[in-house]
Design a protein around this ligand. Structure first.
Ligand code: PLP
Length: 376
């Protein structure tokens, strides 16, 4: 049976990984500055992670949400202590889209309203409401287009005010650093005013931290660079270091009701064991400090290259903008220099999303290769 052909693939077959590197069948070593799309947080095959998953699967991999599962509470407590989001409640699911879907659904349940505000170039996933709130008509099917979503420009505070005052908006959903869209950010004034307007108009302020969360921006959450308190925070990607897990953090003022949200696989034993190993490793390895140190080093190196016209993003969620489209450069980096980087909807932007364990030697390896690769 052929695979449904929806992914344009690079001709590389990784079969193993260790920390910042992946290896193909021939043993060729690839430097992974893409992190499998911002997913690999603590590095490939981290020993704590392998041990935690191995131990858990040998005891109990899965049971449903109909019974007590103390590992869920352990994970919730660890998220609370590392993120500083005191008093929030945790609902677990399996992916970023699902996290946003549940966030939007909860906002709609609680406010009794149904329209969503999202922003130009946003990406929130591919399911029903999440894809409708994504600014890419190519991936919105007619069934999704029935949702009521208004897309506004980032920093258009008057637009946000006018829409919220119409009284029918259940949620504003924000990526504090855009991922797929190309690393654009709103201003702090904008984010803080949107938050205030949401509070005033009984509208939920949702922080989509699926990509920017878990330390990638240099703080546990990217919204923590601003003076805002989201009603809901969606998480996934780095949360499981590759194990499928997602979730939403829900403000203590929002009350739960039996049956309001639910899932078969979300919060299963194996996913929670993976999630706990990730957080323990972030804490023990002081990985958020490493993000800040390595980000500064990376930016210093990038500034020294005249071919790079703009450096975007924060922490280890960075973009290097050139004055040419980078598709050919990305291929060259993979096939000639064995380095994975990311792309975005901004075709001139090279995206950098490495494991949070990256060290100076890896950054040096990248810039040596990049200098040669752009020197045509
Ligand atoms: C900001 C953001 N939100 C949501 C998603 C969707 O996550 P998933 O692919 O796990 O459904 C992504 C994926 O790239 C993302 O970057």
């Amino acid at each position: 049976m052929p695979l449904f052909d929806v992914y344009p693939l690079y001709d590389v077959t990784p079969v193993s990984g260790k920390d910042i590197y992946v290896y193909d069948e021939q043993g060729t070593e690839y430097l992974d500055l893409y992190g499998g799309h911002a997913v690999i947080s603590i590095g490939h095959a981290h020993p704590n992670y392998v041990e935690a998953i191995t131990n858990q699967v040998s005891k109990l991999g899965f049971y449903s949400n109909a019974v007590q599962n103390p590992i869920q509470q352990e994970l919730a407590d660890k998220i609370e202590s590392l993120s500083g989001c005191k008093g929030y409640n945790l609902f677990l699911c399996n992916s970023g889209a699902e996290a946003n879907e549940n966030a939007l659904k909860l906002a709609s349940f609680k406010t009794g309203k149904s329209r969503v505000i999202a922003f130009k170039n946003s990406f929130h996933g591919r399911t029903s409401a999440a894809v409708a709130a994504t600014d890419n008509p190519n991936i919105i099917a007619p069934i999704n287009a029935q949702q009521k979503v208004t897309i506004l420009e980032l920093n258009d505070i008057l637009g946000v005010k006018a829409e919220l005052e119409k009284g029918d908006v259940c949620a504003v959903i924000v990526e504090f650093i855009q991922g797929v869209g190309g690393l654009d950010e709103g201003s702090s004034d904008f984010f803080e005013q949107v938050f205030a307007l949401c509070q005033k108009n009984n509208t939920f302020f949702i922080a989509d931290e699926v990509q920017s969360g878990y330390g990638r921006s240099g703080k546990f959450f990217a919204f923590q660079h601003y003076n805002v308190t989201p009603d809901i925070i969606s998480i996934a990607k780095g949360m499981g270091n590759g194990f499928p897990i997602g979730g939403i953090l829900i403000h203590p003022d929002i009350e739960a009701k039996y049956g309001m949200l639910g899932t078969t696989f979300g919060g299963n034993h194996l996913a929670c064991a993976a999630g706990l190993a990730v957080l323990n490793t972030i804490e023990e390895g002081h990985l958020i400090d490493n993000v800040n140190a390595m980000s500064a080093y990376f930016i210093e190196k990038a500034r020294a290259m005249p071919e790079i016209k703009k450096i975007k993003g924060r922490g280890l969620m960075l973009g290097l903008e050139f004055d040419f489209e980078v598709g050919a450069l990305r291929k060259k980096l993979i096939y000639e220099y064995n380095i994975f980087t990311g792309g975005s909807s901004n075709k001139k932007l090279l995206r950098i999303l490495p494991p949070l364990t990256i060290q100076k030697e890896h950054i040096d390896q990248f810039f040596n290769a990049l200098k040669n690769a752009v020197d045509i």
